[in-house]
Design a protein around this ligand. Structure first.
Ligand SMILES: Nc1nc2c(ncn2[C@@H]2O[C@H](COP(=O)(O)OP(=O)(O)OP(=O)(O)O)[C@@H](O)[C@H]2O)c(=O)[nH]1
Ligand SMILES: [Zn+2]
Length: 208
């Protein structure tokens, strides 16, 4: 998969040039799936679809080309003696389940209790996106985000809660829409201290 991410996505390419950067076996694989679905990949409306699907896959799975924990490398000394929870609530994400490659759509709440150094808040959202843009199960996504913050920042505590709906449950299979899956990972003070855990869950507005 990594070999398929060599193209710089910021470079504008058009028409055949864009498809030239996509390996022929990838385009063929999409044509095979179109045929398997029951349609003709050569008909006009589907002719450019394999290239579009391949480019869409580059976006869906661009997390494989990243080291999400690397986003946390630049920290700065917090000013003013701030020693309370830092929380980013409602970070939206889109991922894909590794069982069906169907969308997982949801939001993630990320909190940490700093020691002396803090990180730019956008970097926490980048960590979420870096792990979301891979094939996932929600439990592993949750754990990977929390572990990266723990290893990257060595804070006094990390709390990650993910709420998401799985298209593999709503659009196929059991056909049960409207279900939220909620997963969490608590580390440090948020795992060990009941009051800290309650405080962070209250700030996340979970469990009311
Ligand atoms: N725990 C967990 N399960 C997931 C996640 N995403 C999808 N699944 C489940 O993975 C399971 C795969 O089960 P299988 O029995 O192998 O696949 P299947 O026959 O397509 O199952 P159905 O979805 O029940 O039709 C299903 O129960 C999915 O709902 C996730 O993020 N976490
Ligand atoms: Zn699934």
């Amino acid at each position: 998969m990594a070999d398929y991410h060599t193209h710089d996505d910021d470079e504008p390419l058009s028409g055949e040039d864009r498809d030239a950067s996509i390996p022929a076996d990838v385009l063929d694989a999409v044509r095979t799936l179109i045929r398997w679905a029951g349609d003709d990949p050569e008909r006009e409306g589907l002719h450019d679809t394999p290239g579009r699907v391949a480019r869409a896959y580059r976006e869906y799975f661009k997390g494989y080309a990243e080291d999400p924990e690397g986003h946390l490398a630049r920290t700065f000394e917090e000013v003013g003696g701030y020693d309370e929870i830092v929380l980013l609530r409602d970070i939206p994400f889109q991922s894909h389940c590794e069982h069906h490659m169907a969308p997982i759509i949801g939001k993630c709440h990320v909190a940490y209790l700093p020691t002396t150094r803090v990180v730019g808040i956008s970097k926490l959202a980048r960590v979420v996106q870096g792990y979301a843009k891979r094939l996932q199960v929600q439990e592993r996504l949750t754990a990977e985000i929390a572990d990266a913050i723990q290893h990257g920042l060595h804070p006094r505590g990390v709390a990650v809660v993910v709420e998401a709906s799985h298209a593999c449950m709503s659009a196929r299979g059991v056909l049960t829409p409207g279900v939220s899956m909620i997963t969490s990972r608590m580390m440090g003070v948020f795992r060990e201290d009941e009051r800290s855990r309650k405080e962070v869950l209250a700030l996340m507005k979970i469990g009311g």
